[in-house]
Design a protein around this ligand. Structure first.
Ligand code: FES
Length: 208
């Protein structure tokens, strides 16, 4: 009898060839990156905020094109940028929904009912952990401690924390998110970029 492979090797996205490079950073993004580069001794050191810019500019996901653009703009190899992007969980390497629902299941949250919250979300959304709803609205993820244990159970949605969660609070939140354009994956990426810039740099980039 043929055995199932223990490890499935999925196809790794191929980097675009240099002649296929299609730069997509907006003028604002280029200005932000220029400002960021003045904060560091070399271009390589700006890689994490540069990846946040790319995640925002590419709609919430670091595609192979996005990684290639960061590599081009920082004059690093594709492999080096990909190595950094794939090391950190906050960078999305696969398509995600408009909203990421990141439920903490670390010790305190687990004791305070995080898995009940996860089950409730799975039921309400009709998806399992790691999946995205068919309408592209929500992706459900499990994360480690969000450093807000005193308010467990906690979930991060874009740029906000939802604390002391209950099934009723979850239902109200889902309703609110369905009717809003706030706390999206793209807005989280933008918030991270803005954290790295001074007020003056922010204004200069906005006027680009
Ligand atoms: S264990 Fe969930 S915030 Fe710390």
């Amino acid at each position: 009898m043929q055995q199932e492979p223990i490890i499935r090797i999925t196809e790794r996205p191929k980097p675009p060839r240099p002649e296929e490079l299609n730069l997509r950073f907006s003028e604002r993004a280029v200005k932000e990156l220029e400002a960021l580069l003045t904060h560091y001794p070399d271009k390589k050191s700006a890689m994490l905020p540069a990846l946040w810019i790319a995640q925002r500019e590419y709609g919430g996901q670091l595609t192979s094109d996005a990684i290639a653009e960061v590599a081009y703009r920082l004059q690093r190899s594709y492999a080096e940028v990909e190595g950094v992007a794939t090391f950190y969980t906050m960078y999305n390497k696969t398509p995600v929904g408009k909203y990421m629902l990141e439920v903490c299941t670390n010790l305190t949250c687990m004791i305070c009912g995080a898995y009940r919250i996860l089950e409730h979300l799975e039921q309400r959304l009709g998806i399992r952990l790691g999946e995205t709803t068919p309408d592209g609205m929500f992706t459900l993820a499990e994360v480690e401690c969000l450093n807000n244990c005193g308010d467990a159970p906690v979930m991060q949605v874009g740029d906000i924390y939802c604390r002391r969660l209950t099934p009723e609070a979850i239902d109200a939140l889902l309703e609110q998110l369905r009717n809003s354009d706030e706390h999206t994956v793209v807005q989280l990426a933008d918030a991270e970029v803005q954290l790295h810039l001074s007020e003056q740099e922010r204004r200069a980039a906005e006027n680009a």
